[in-house]
Ligand binder design. Sequence first.
Ligand code: KG4
Ligand code: ZN
Length: 332
Amino acid sequence: MLVLGLETSCDETAAAVVEDGRRVLSDVVSTQVDIHRRWGGVVPELASRNHIVQVMPVLHEALTRAGKTLDDIDLLAVTSGPGLIGALLVGLQVAKGLSLATGKPFVGANHLEGHLLAIRLLEEAPSPPFLGLVVSGGHTSLYEVRDYGNYRLIGRTRDDAAGEAYDKTARILGLPYPGGQPIDELAQKGNPEAIRFPRALPGDNFDVSFSGLKTAVLHHVQKHGVPEGRALHDLCASFQEAVADVLSKKLVAAAKRLGHTQLVLCGGVAANSRLRALCKQRAEAQGLRMFLPPVRLCTDNGAMIAVAGYEAWRRGLRGDFRLAADPAWRME
Ligand code: KG4
Ligand code: ZN
């Protein structure tokens, strides 16, 4: 089954052709970061307008690189939530339009389920049940994947998402948006023990919190000024260590408490070098298996939407022309 996945929920216009939910034939991502950077974050209206400009060329490119035409496609999968309403509507309307014009079926895919199921594109993928930690710009949520389509939310952030904490910290430090990658790069040459930032591990559950950490960075900068050189590397490394410490601890603790042996890290922040290393190290120390998608599958892409759409289709989900975008669609 050939699935064309289409993603326009935030600031990436992406399309991919995936065979049987496993084999990527093409994966094209057009990012709008340069447009949003000067505003320090995603401007929803600008995102919608640029999706409109990019969506058809990106779709065309995905088909061309796969060596396919729309005629070869069996299913159109499109992100219908969660995300920015105007941005979601662009992809959804395109999918509906193509479906109407070609007679091909379409299905609405959940963006978070896409992040979680991107791991299926790996040669060696876990099979349910497993624990999946989605860490992105908008979400930090821990799910028990009992089966495909059967998810239980067991922990989440009480305030900022991990990616949001990165982006806000970058802004405090005068680094470009999005802040994850620049902080990650600076941190690699710094001392993670230079500053002991707070670790919020609220209660005996699997929730996390990052707003205190962000405030601690702000207070540090207010007291010592915006760091440069070695001090900037140290601050980034110390911040990064606090984020990775909290997330990896909660993930491994949840696995032990609930008896899971397979763990998945996904979403944009799963691209983070320290988070990947610490999760792997702590999981393996407990005899657990850590699955890490390659970096290009961590950030938003069309392949993960094709996989989520394929799974939704197998569960019997069908899109019809009344399907609405749902900016707050909860996967569970
Ligand atoms: O999943 P994603 O591409 O979009 C959303 O669904 O939100 O995640 C984007 C987030 C941004 O906050 C970005 O700063 C963060 O992922 N990110 C990183 C890294 N690369 C991207 N955070 C930490 N380290 C990275 N290397
Ligand atoms: Zn995402």
